[in-house]
Design a protein around this ligand. Structure first.
Ligand code: LIP
Length: 266
């Protein structure tokens, strides 16, 4: 585990250095994906290529599942789940809140069945490196991470995010509008992996979202769990594209109940 954690941190740091350098040189949109505002930059692709190359050297029999290049199976039973730039829109606009997210999981690379073993979320703008290994705790740099004490929802600072299609955003906007008067405040910071690390460090009391990809939350969810958070999907299922809720266990229970009240599952 320690070796896997160290590899995740080393590879993420190398990719983050490249991502940061490319940001200073200027960022170009290479293509759009699910909608005209769901973009991929040249740096996304270049960073994922670097990650894949380093992992091929360091862990040649492992698989890789990356946002930009898809899945490559291995023979070891382990798969590295990679988001080369999480917070792509922040990156495109030069908002200093984006990260390289790398996790290694055991079993099928599916959030509802995998076992996360180690991971790193490296904020490429600030240099903060969040890491965790299963059963070994979570840190940022040398500092241990622990979730904030449980609070009532009226005192909870809650993070969330929105999808890239108008239909999904309309639905999410209705949910946030109903939630806003029931919590301390909302933060929409644009990077799921860093939102999960914020929960791990007590910078958010809770976080929820729907529509995430596996690479958005693979590493951040492990970091949050190792910091004492509960990370689940609504309705007692594992966190996946349908939903993710993260926070101290009591706060997750309270937030899920409120979400069920204002936005019942279909
Ligand atoms: C982003 C997530 C964020 C979400 C955005 C987007 P990307 O990932 O980190 O939480 O709200 O819509 O999905 O696209 O920057 O890798």
């Amino acid at each position: 585990m320690d070796e896997l954690r160290a590899i995740a941190a080393r590879v993420a740091a190398s990719a983050a250095e490249l991502v940061h350098r490319r940001r200073t040189e200027g960022v170009r949109v290479a293509a759009s994906k699910s909608s005209i505002v769901d973009v991929v930059t040249d740096a996304d692709r270049e960073a994922e290529d670097l990650v894949r190359s380093m992992l091929a050297d360091l862990r040649p029999t492992d698989g890789v599942l990356g946002e930009e290049s898809g899945a490559a199976s291995g023979t070891s039973g382990l798969t590295w789940v990679v988001d080369p730039i999480d917070g792509t829109v922040n990156y495109l606009y030069g908002i200093p809140h984006y990260a390289v997210s790398i996790a290694v999981v055991e079993g099928d690379p599916r959030p509802d069945t995998w076992r996360a073993l180690a991971g790193c979320v490296h904020n490429a703008a600030t240099g903060e490196s969040f890491t965790a290994a299963a059963g070994a705790g979570a840190t940022v740099g040398d500092r241990s991470l622990t979730v904030a004490p449980a609070v009532e929802l009226e005192q909870a600072l809650v993070g969330t995010g929105f999808g890239y299609t108008p239909e999904k955003r309309a639905e999410q906007g209705r949910t946030v509008a109903a939630l806003l008067p029931r919590v301390r405040d909302i933060r929409r910071m644009g990077t799921a992996s860093l939102d999960l690390c914020a929960v791990a460090d007590g910078r958010l009391n809770a976080y929820f979202e729907s529509g995430l990809q596996p690479w958005d939350h693979a590493a951040g969810a492990l970091i949050a769990v190792e910091a004492g958070a509960r990370v689940v999907g609504r309705g007692g299922v594992p966190a996946d594209h349908r939903s993710i809720i993260a926070g101290p266990p009591e706060v997750v229970t309270r937030l899920e109940a409120l979400l069920d009240e204002i936005a019942p599952l279909g």
